[in-house]
Design a protein around this ligand. Structure first.
Ligand code: PEP
Ligand code: MN
Length: 333
């Protein structure tokens, strides 16, 4: 349900009204959207709504038919812009998150971050804790990796996005991360979603490899329902019968999600293709389809990378791609 408050409702009246909602123990989410305050209550009974239907304050009550209540466009018509200490995701400018799949050494991250920050990239990506399909593959440097990422932050002033794979390490990861990444394999780890929802950090939620668009939004809803509305969605490819590419990048999802939700949507053409030569063309396609940005893997020595070298760009390849993205953006504007 959503209560649309009248135009002239004062701050004081709104506070009192919210107290009434709190007394009913209802989860609620209130925003100024357009010129009206809207209070969305994802789950409540007819009786509770009757109690809240104060004709002096409430102009209209609407039902949100979608199962993802807070994430839906009905809950909020204007686009959400996630603000990572001044770096905005969801606005007009394309947001670029780039860096290696995993932190491998201090020299490696500093070398890549230097090239990327000189190219104008503001958000550095790299995993310290890696959720690998095989237990025998490189699992990431863990805590040491986080330390190296904090050095990148110090030296280049870049924002850090890095993956959190469990609740046990959430606090440590959150100390370094400006954006917490929840990976594909954890998209339906509901306890983890609730835990990251309780932090005040922006969350990058990657689509599960066999998740429908609706499953994806329901996972975002788990985070929003905890009071954290800083969620960025990332389309990273899904499993299909096609095995010639690592995944099938579902670019339909980009304009579809933008219609269904107010949350920003970015595309990861690295995991979406698994093949270096396909990364730039699919990044261009993602931007042309309306994505608010891209997340891309870049390595200073892809052939020697400890993970995902086949889909990693060299810094020079990245720069060429980034220049073309800027041109595409200027045509779309
Ligand atoms: C990653 O970004 O390195 C990663 C593991 O991605 P995904 O969760 O999409 O597989
Ligand atoms: Mn990777």
């Amino acid at each position: 349900m959503q209560l649309i408050l009248k135009d002239g409702v004062t701050e004081e009246e709104r506070k009192d009204f919210r107290k009434k909602i709190s007394a009913l123990n209802l989860l609620s989410f209130s925003i100024l959207d357009g010129k009206n305050y809207k209070i969305t209550i994802p789950s409540c009974s007819e009786k509770e709504i009757e109690l809240l239907d104060n004709k002096d304050l409430v102009e209209d009550i609407i039902t949100i038919s979608q199962s993802y209540k807070l994430a839906s466009r009905s809950a909020k018509q204007s686009d959400t812009i996630v603000d990572v200490e001044g770096v905005k995701i969801g606005g007009e400018k394309s947001c670029i998150m780039a860096g290696p799949c995993a932190v491998e050494s201090l020299e490696q991250v500093l070398s890549i971050a230097k090239d990327l920050s000189e190219a104008g990239v503001e958000i550095f990506r790299a995993g310290a804790f890696k959720p690998r399909s095989s237990p025998y593959s490189f699992q990431g440097l863990g805590r040491t990796g986080l330390e190296y990422l904090s050095k990148v932050k110090q030296q280049f002033g870049m924002k850090i996005v890095t993956e959190v794979i469990n609740i046990e390490t959430l606090n440590e990861v959150a100390e370094v991360a400006d954006i917490l990444q929840v990976g594909s394999r954890n998209m339906q780890n509901f306890d983890l979603l609730k835990a990251v929802g309780k932090t005040q950090k922006p969350i990058l939620l990657k689509r599960g490899m066999s998740a429908t668009v609706e499953d994806f939004l329901m996972s975002a809803e788990y985070i929003l329902a905890q009071g954290n509305n800083q969620v960025i969605l990332c389309e990273r490819g899904i499993r299909t019968f096609e095995t010639a590419t690592r995944n099938t990048l579902d670019l339909n999802a980009v304009p579809l999600l933008k219609k269904m939700t107010h949350l920003p949507v970015i595309v990861d053409p690295s995991h979406g293709t698994g093949i270096r030569e396909l990364v730039a063309p699919m990044a261009f396609a993602g931007i042309a389809a309306g994505a608010h940005g891209i997340m891309v893997e870049v390595h200073n020595n892809p052939d020697e990378a400890l993970s995902d070298g086949m889909q990693s760009l060299t810094p020079d390849q990245f720069k060429a791609m980034y220049n073309t993205i800027k041109k595409i953006k200027s045509v779309l504007a």
